[in-house]
Design a binder for this molecule. Structure first.
Ligand code: SF4
Length: 308
């Protein structure tokens, strides 16, 4: 499968079957915490990067196998999904093919855009990010495409909230000494009040970030964040559960999975139960030699990351 991955265990969405319509690291942000590394194609131009018929065909095949065991069909992956021009057609196809809820994970930058708003209307859950409370912090953390302005993005989120009939679950990535101070959190809270999402999740960098100086906040800081932001869902822990991969072409499957989702070392060994640890390690080291993946230690844990 080229565009569909998983199901993968998700801390917010249970067992999530991923749809990835965007080429690796094509995004309108280059977040300092991005688990996929720095953005290599910083663009704000929406287009169909791959033929939609091919993506829909893979969705059909994958849903036949996984529909019963998955909880969500989720548009997410190697970049920003709202950059896919005909996203509306992909979401409508997903709704025709499954009764399971459809989620779109987005950085929220284009929620002001009427075409993007219209594309997302049939989804059940939209998960936008909000890591900053002002333009300066926004540029420092998310390093957006020059055409994207903070105020316009926030206005778009507020407007979209008013129009969208489904659920909006916001997510804040909290980072030590960057946005975990009292003042930063207070301005984020003000904006959250205006957006009025159904839920707010607090996340922390649990996989190797694009910039090595990005670190997890302390437990005290997460507690302080809860006090300031009010009712939040804390997801500052690694996901648990089994990743699914078809294992027909092991090297390719390992690569496709790591491309969307950097994996903990022990996690990747468990993902392919039909193959011995030795075989999986041989492939990982071969991919490492070819310069396609890299082993990184972050927060005392070994991860395998894709090299975009
Ligand atoms: S975290 Fe998301 S929005 Fe930020 S650079 Fe990575 S893919 Fe883009």
């Amino acid at each position: 499968m080229k565009y569909i991955f998983g199901p993968v265990p998700s801390r917010r969405l249970g067992n999530s079957l991923g749809v990835d319509p965007i080429p690796s690291k094509t995004c309108n942000f280059s977040c300092i915490y991005c688990q996929l590394g720095r953005t290599t194609n910083l663009t704000n131009t929406r287009k169909n990067f791959f033929p939609k018929e091919d993506i829909i065909q893979e969705m059909k095949l994958s849903l036949k196998i996984h529909e019963k065991t998955m909880d969500f069909l989720t548009f997410v992956g190697s970049g920003e999904p709202t950059l896919y021009k005909d996203l509306k057609d992909l979401i409508l196809a997903a709704k025709r093919l499954t009764n399971k809820p459809v989620c779109v994970i987005t950085n929220g930058a284009l929620l002001y855009n009427r075409e993007v708003q219209n594309s997302l209307m049939e989804a059940d859950v939209i998960m936008p990010s909000l890591d900053a409370g002002d333009e300066e912090m926004f540029r420092r953390i998310n390093r957006p495409h020059p055409d994207i302005k903070f105020d316009k993005m926030v206005e778009g989120m507020i407007e979209f909230r008013e129009k969208f009939p489904g659920k909006i679950w916001m997510e804040i990535m909290l980072m030590k000494n960057i946005n975990d101070g009292i003042e930063s959190l207070k301005v984020i809270k003000k904006i959250l009040n205006q957006i009025n999402p159904d839920r707010t999740y607090i996340n922390v960098p649990i996989r190797p970030p694009a910039e090595s100086w990005v670190i997890k906040p302390s437990k005290e800081s997460i507690e302080r964040c809860k006090e300031i932001l009010g009712e939040i869902y804390n997801i500052s822990f690694p996901e648990e559960g089994q990743f699914f991969s078809p294992s027909s072409d092991l090297e390719n499957e390992i690569l496709l999975l790591i491309e969307r989702h950097p994996m903990r070392h022990e996690q990747i060994l468990k993902t392919f139960p039909n193959f011995s640890e030795k075989k999986i390690l041989t492939i990982l080291y071969k991919l490492e030699k070819k310069g396609k993946v890299i082993k990184k230690k972050y927060d005392e844990v070994i991860f395998w990351n894709f090299i975009p």
